[in-house]
Write a protein that binds this ligand. Structure first.
Ligand code: MG
Length: 305
């Protein structure tokens, strides 16, 4: 069976500025076997070219811009499809600006149809301008819903979701969030994967480290999902979620042999039963909405929805 992979980056391929052990071998196995893959990231600040260079410096060769699909590209796909002649006022960085420019979506600070919020720094002047545009009727779009993004093991920075939430509060308008876990991101990524590989893979699998974005979006889009424990999710927290990954792996290194040999993955039934151990061990402890669940710190949500 021809499997195509959608692969999250942070926590799956690298953490901070270090490759995750075995990730380079995994990527080489995909490239050597001609297995279709596409990196899927909610970071709308870099361009696909920037990301290819970043991974090259980390030690992964053979990648180009076509291997990446960012939430900025997803936002521009959305605008091109739903309102191709629109104008936008942008709060964001190079990846978003370049994607808009490529599709000839004009910038407009007088009377834009949309305020588009992406990752990156901004100023109070630009937030004030965006607020005025919203007051005059512009609609609010965000490239992704992440309220914060990891910088290092003990450090985060505010994400596009937080900036959009600021404008939601000031304007009273609700934002529409593209990027993971929005199913539109997954549908578009699947289409792009088919385009770049000249043929639709029989099965598309999302590999990610975050339950709220990677696993939830894949589940809602009807895809299989492999959770890796090399990033933000601990095994003991998986059963807190109502949606579950198809498989749980320590890291992408667990898949290298499978990709090389072309041996199909275990049957779904076997995988789920293999996961049963930790599920049943947490029976009755699904306290995600229970304010009295004080036995462990409440996880800080990455998103507003
Ligand atoms: Mg991640």
């Amino acid at each position: 069976m021809k499997i195509g992979y959608l692969i999250d980056m942070d926590g799956v391929i690298y953490r901070e500025n270090h490759l995750i052990q075995g990730a380079a071998d995994f990527m080489q196995s995909l490239i050597a076997t001609g297995t279709p893959f596409l990196f899927l990231t909610n970071n709308s600040a870099p361009t696909p070219e920037d990301l290819a260079v970043r991974l090259k410096h980390l030690g992964i060769q053979g990648l180009s811009a076509r291997h990446f699909y960012t939430s900025a590209m997803n936002t521009v796909d959305f605008l091109s499809e739903t309102d191709p002649n629109c104008t936008v006022f942008v709060i964001g960085e190079g990846g978003l600006l370049a994607a808009l420019h490529e599709r000839k979506i004009a910038s407009d600070s007088i009377h834009p149809r949309y305020v588009v919020v992406g990752e990156g720094s901004t100023t109070m002047d630009r937030l004030t301008k965006a607020h005025e545009c919203l007051e005059q009727g512009a609609r609010l779009l965000a490239t992704n819903p992440d309220n914060w993004c990891p910088v290092s093991a003990n450090k985060t920075r505010p994400g596009a979701g937080a900036t959009a939430a600021y404008l939601e509060a000031s304007s009273g308008r609700r934002a529409y969030y593209l990027g993971k876990p929005n199913v539109y991101m997954f549908h578009r990524a699947r289409r792009k994967l088919a385009e770049v590989t000249l043929g639709t893979p029989e099965e598309v699998v999302m590999i990610g480290d975050t339950m709220e974005t990677d696993i939830r979006g894949a589940f809602e889009a009807g895809m299989q999902s492999y959770l890796v424990l090399s990033g933000s999710t601990k095994l003991e927290d998986v059963s807190d979620y109502v949606y579950q990954p198809t498989r749980i792996l320590q890291s992408v290194a667990d898949l290298t042999e499978e990709v090389r040999s072309g041996k199909p993955p275990e049957l779904l039934g076997e995988i789920l039963s293999a996961n049963k151990g930790f599920r049943s061990s947490k029976g009755g402890l699904r306290h995600q909405t229970d304010i009295f669940a004080l036995h462990k710190p409440r996880p800080r949500p990455a998103m507003t929805k």
